[in-house]
Design a protein around this ligand. Sequence first.
Ligand SMILES: [Zn+2]
Length: 385
Amino acid sequence: MSVDGSLERRKQPPPAPSTGNGNGVVPPNLGHYSANRLRLNPNKDHKPDSYEDLQLEFSPFLFSSLEQYLPPSMLRVSRDIKLQYMKHILLRYSPEGERLRVQRHREYRQKIIANYKPLHKELFTMHAENFFVPSFLKAIKDDKEGGFRSIMFQPSPGVYTFEMLQPNFCEMLLSEVESFERWVHHTKYRIMRPNTMNKYGAVLDDFGLETMLNKLMLDFIRPISEVFFPEVGGATLDSHHGFVVEYGTDRDVELGFHVDDSEVTLNVCLGKQFSGGELFFRGVRCDKHVNTETQSEEMLDYSHVPGRAVLHRGRHRHGARATTSGRRVNLLMWCRSAVFRELRKYQKDCSSWCGECQREKKERQRQAVAATKMELLKRDGKPTA
Ligand SMILES: [Zn+2]
């Protein structure tokens, strides 16, 4: 199959329209904080505070790990003071535009969380036994490659599927999303949709599920990705974008051919009655090769089963066929690694994951071997002096 250059990189939408008074946001005055310093070596005996209950512009885990680097005098002060101290250090390293974007998005989120009343409170903190099927829990607990492989199918290289979510969890999440949509409808609140390609669906992180989903990524998706996707930062996944998408004749119908803005994508069907909506995969590609041809062994069509997860690299080209009847809702998590993104800037060779780079590399090797053979034959053919 040839791709006609229409492949899209599915992205998060641009930042939320400012919900403030139109005066914009004033950047914090960092003046007297510029002297804030960290120590070079961590204090390993220090037990850091938890920041998971707070809505912050950086991951709560970042603050917990940064605490060990605070100067000794800062270790005895209140969590709030430590937080301010670390925030001002972190803000020094993010450019102003990005800072404003993050700040506006945080305000947008806080406004929703302050006003939306969850339907199922139990969804908002991780209860692994209630969320996941026993086979998945056991494989994670064993934390061994063999355990993961025993529950996973790999219908095509780099695409893994496995039973993951309990029916009851799927139902609760579906009704929570419906309740959120009703709230949006009633309040006429303008919400951001999950990405540039979906008009329906909701960002779960925006209405309070961020901490739970982050735990899902760190404790469940990262150990698996470490084994199956180490070459794209599977071991260092550290942030996510969590959302649901809705398909049906009265919703988004299909999804064009694209790659995700993620290192690893988790896609779980939450259910409802539907027909159609198959996922199709067409090989992993780097930026340079995103529109190159698909090899026959890279083609895969997959039909969703409620509760069952599909895990693949974000750069695995894919799309979804039309959902021809009923309604289909899927949970998506785009898992990202800051380390991998930083390293990629210096990496020229993507042959450990891009199908086309791999093919080119093999071809170069084949030519080198052929040239050497030729050279040897020529030498052997020469008359000896
Ligand atoms: Zn490539």
